[in-house]
Design a protein around this ligand. Structure first.
Ligand code: ARG
Length: 581
């Protein structure tokens, strides 16, 4: 609906340009918001205030001209001018109802992508394979997966790239340790211990450290023995990751792994090509690109170092090779990077160098979807009681255990098996949803009590809301009736019906916003709101005790659409709904 209104305003503005009321060449971003107070209409725009100055008119006068020039549309019944010059739009309830009737008959709930389908590379998860996955990798994995699903739902071709850290100096240390204490696969199964032991040796013995550094060089030069040790290590580490992905119900597979090592052979080319492009400057023996956009506060230019004085390549060099691959080979129209906010400068630099060097096609969009730090409930960086990093598997175990206690309390009579499976779904969903529901750019505090609460914008609340909708249809069947979605139509009489309907109709634009901005929290907020509106509807508008069969069918249709929207929305976020809990 907001899009329709934007188009109507756009047409009115063009008309006003033709009429000489507005100067040519204005390209304002037309804002349309949900109205704060229903009495003043359903949607509001501040366009008249935005254009008053360039038009040389008072906002209210311009508003009147815009309203006069607005084309008629059957979906809008009335447009008012309010306050300093807001345009308030009232939507046609009948038209709203028939749009919802259409959505109910459509496999994708009438959701369409704004704009053409694209090939999108999504860079997500990307743990460092030297260690086990820890909470720091949760955000990239979960948020990246949610956005990837949304893009797929809208018809984009998504190519997931798990840019794992499998090639740094740490591997020399691990290989040296593997050589000196040939570990069995069982011993390696606990990567965390193995890493700690290797690090201990590295720190205590200069001779060991020397050997470790030598092994990195040998590994990177393709030494067969080193490569085979490295492969063994990497496979075990990756299978750990895969277990976590499956438990988290994210769509990453081993096929999506395209680690740093994959670009090793291309790094020399990257440097040579930057040189050809005239972008390289030698500084203290290192090969650097200087871009005038990037300076320190004192105005000293910041280099992007692509090769160290000793010949070694850097994180940025690998990312330049990767972005070129994503453009040339994967043919991406858009590349999204779900990586810690602290790497913001790195990505700005990589994107800019890639553009200048012609490593990417002109039109390719490159976006760093940064996220904040995950803290403990105390607001400090998340750590175990003894100050260590929290392993992801331990965290998920605890979530499931806590969910079990909670679910058992609520349903003492449910069979153990079912309890366990509900607890699993609730526990994992709670962890995921807690992350997804916060704006990714802010730091967030991990808090089991909060995320497992049945109140507020949480997974248990939403999963429960879904079971309430499902319950309506169970009760219907208990009465010996059944629901047929192709019968009847939606009639919007009660205020609660209208409010629920208006929100249901905004699923498509919500999903599109998530796709544009990479912000799943917008979808979470929407679903939370929808669940609340359903509650009011459910309490105020009897469904199975409706006044007549038409009204019952209309309300069932609204409930069915709510159920499907909640289920689809949660599924996009990577949460499986339950029929009862
Ligand atoms: N492995 C890196 C880290 O743990 C993240 C990699 C993100 N992706 C990328 N293309 N740089 O910080």
């Amino acid at each position: 609906m907001k899009d329709t209104i934007r188009q109507l305003i756009q047409q009115a503005l063009s008309q006003l340009v033709t009429d000489g009321v507005l100067p040519e060449g204005l390209t304002p971003a037309i804002q349309v918001e949900n109205a704060k107070d229903k009495k003043n209409g359903d949607f509001a725009s501040n366009i008249a205030m935005m254009l008053a100055k360039p038009a040389g008119m008072k906002p209210r006068d311009l508003a009147e001209k815009i309203v006069a020039a607005l084309p008629a549309d059957e979906q809008i019944t009335q447009v008012d001018i309010a306050g300093p010059g807001f345009l308030n739009f009232f939507q046609n309830t009948q038209a709203l109802a028939s749009r919802l009737d259409e959505a109910l008959a459509d496999a994708t709930l009438s959701v369409r992508k704004n704009g053409p389908a694209q090939r999108v590379v999504v860079d997500l998860s990307a743990p460092n394979l030297a260690k086990e996955m820890h909470v720091g990798h949760l955000r990239s994995t979960i948020i990246g997966d949610g956005v990837a699903s949304v893009l797929e739902f809208l018809g984009d071709t998504v190519i997931r790239q798990n840019h794992v850290g499998d090639w740094g100096t740490q591997f020399g240390m691990l290989l040296a340790y593997l050589q000196e204490t040939p570990a069995t696969s069982d011993e390696l199964a606990d990567l965390e211990n193995f890493y700690r032991a290797a690090k201990g040796r590295f720190d205590e013995s200069e001779e060991f450290a020397e050997r470790a550094r030598g092994l990195v060089v040998k590994l990177q030069a393709g030494d067969a023995e080193c490569l085979s040790l490295w492969t063994r290590f990497k496979d075990i580490s990756l299978s750990h990751c895969q277990e976590v992905y499956e438990r988290l119900n994210v769509k990453l597979t081993p096929k999506d792994v395209m680690g740093e090592s994959a670009y090793n052979d291309d790094l020399a080319n990257v440097v040579a090509d930057l040189k050809k492009a005239g972008l390289l400057v030698e500084s203290n023996g290192a090969q650097c690109v200087f871009l005038e956009e990037f300076k320190t506060a004192e105005g000293t230019p910041l280099p992007v170092i692509v090769q160290k004085a000793g010949g070694g390549y850097l994180y940025a060099t690998t990312d330049l090779a990767a972005i070129r691959y994503r453009s040339n080979v994967l043919k991406a129209d858009r590349a999204l990077y779900f990586v810690d906010q602290r790497q913001a400068l790195h990505f700005q630099q990589v994107f800019e160098v890639a553009r200048r060097a012609g490593f990417v096609t002109n039109g390719m969009q490159m976006e760093h979807m940064g996220f904040g730090t995950m803290n403990g409930a105390d607001g400090r960086p998340f750590k175990t009681r003894d100050g260590g990093t929290v392993k992801l598997v331990d965290l998920l175990d605890e979530a499931e255990e806590r969910a079990y206690t909670l679910v058992k309390e609520k349903n003492p009579d449910v069979a153990e098996d079912e309890l366990r499976s509900i607890a699993k779904a609730v526990g994992i969903s709670a962890v995921k949803y807690a992350d997804l529901s916060k704006h990714r750019a802010s730091d967030y505090s991990f808090n089991f009590d909060q995320m497992l609460s049945f109140e507020g914008n949480t997974a248990p609340y939403l999963l429960y809301a879904y079971t309430r909708v499902a319950g309506v249809f169970r009760k219907l069947e208990e009465k010996g009736e059944s629901f047929n979605a192709s019968e009847g139509q939606i009639i919007l009489d009660a205020a609660q019906e209208q409010d629920l309907a208006a929100r249901l109709a905004q699923f498509g634009e919500t999903v599109n916003t998530v796709a544009d901005k990479g912000t799943p929290h917008v979808l979470c907020a929407y679903l939370y709101d929808l669940a609340g509106l359903f509650s009011s509807f459910y309490e105020n508008c009897p469904i199975l005790a409706a006044e007549n069969p038409e009204q019952q069918q209309s309300r069932l249709r609204l409930a069915a659409l709510t159920g499907r929207t909640l289920k689809q929305g949660l599924q996009l976020l990577g949460l499986d709904t339950l029929e009862r809990m």
